[in-house]
Design a protein around this ligand. Structure first.
Ligand code: SF4
Ligand code: SF4
Length: 248
């Protein structure tokens, strides 16, 4: 698709280098996806380059990361810079939205970064694959056995491939979680017991909303395993429904 006219790029010249990491057409396609999202214009109103967002950003204290820099890349429509940021820096954001509360322009750098992450997943970018790979076991549990993950599910037994460090996460969070008055969040016994019909309905929602398609882009093996589980559960539900009809 041809890149639509930009708001400022014509004034600052073409920011794409002679040898971009991917073709210019691909850079434009990615930017068009970002810019055409309904949230884009809501989250980006301009940028003074004041740095207030970076000054208050917890991730900027620990990583080579600056929300100001990300917003400037978007505002100046620096296609190659946007692509580079999507390959690494955007994954440092903690999604705390302190920046959105402070920006004098009413921007939401955190919201823009969320959009960039979603777009990175949609385009199967290497950074998205690398970031999400360690969570494939979690995604498998969430999608196949239940719809949530509580701290006491993060155990050595449930995630043997995570190694002994899982115990460090497990112990204190379990105690903290007990302060939350939601029984289903306290134990795998209830939280992973998802009604068969509910599971199948969730699969349909994930299919229709493109969640599973995104999963296929990012991790084809995991997608195949989950597809098999979904097929089995759908068969189980059909058998159960047939049994109910026979009994009536
Ligand atoms: S949402 Fe991200 S960019 Fe914004 S302050 Fe939090 S960590 Fe920083
Ligand atoms: S606080 Fe807002 S205006 Fe200032 S640099 Fe960050 S995004 Fe730009």
């Amino acid at each position: 698709m041809a890149h639509a006219g930009t708001r400022v790029q014509e004034h600052i010249g073409d920011p794409v280098s002679d040898r971009p990491p991917v073709s210019r057409a691909k850079l434009e396609e990615i930017f068009d996806d970002l810019q055409s999202d309904l949230r884009y214009d809501h989250e980006l109103n301009g940028c003074l380059n004041c740095g207030i967002c970076t000054a208050t950003c917890p991730a900027a204290h620990y990583y080579d990361f600056s929300p100001r820099e990300i917003v400037q890349l978007l505002w100046t429509e620096n296609l190659e810079g946007i692509y580079d940021a999507m390959q690494e820096k955007i994954w440092a954001c903690a999604q705390c939205y302190t920046c959105a509360a402070r920006c004098p322009f009413g921007n939401s750098p955190g919201g823009l970064i969320m959009l960039m992450r979603e777009t990175a997943i949609k385009h199967g970018m290497e950074s998205a694959k690398n970031v999400l790979r360690p969570f494939s076991r979690v995604m498998l549990k969430l999608v196949s056995t239940g719809n949530q993950l509580s701290p006491d599910m993060i155990t050595k037994d449930a995630f043997p491939d995570w190694g002994p460090n899982v115990a460090k996460v497990d112990a204190p969070l379990k105690i903290l979680r007990k302060a939350i008055p939601m029984p289903t969040l306290n134990t795998t016994a209830t939280a992973w017991e998802v009604n068969l019909k509910t599971s199948v309905e969730l699969y349909t929602i994930w299919e229709e909303t493109g969640v599973l398609q995104q999963l296929e882009t990012i991790d084809e093996n995991l997608f195949d395993v989950i597809s098999d589980i979904m097929d089995e559960k759908r068969e189980e539900l059909k058998d159960w429904q047939a049994e109910q009809e026979e009994e009536e």
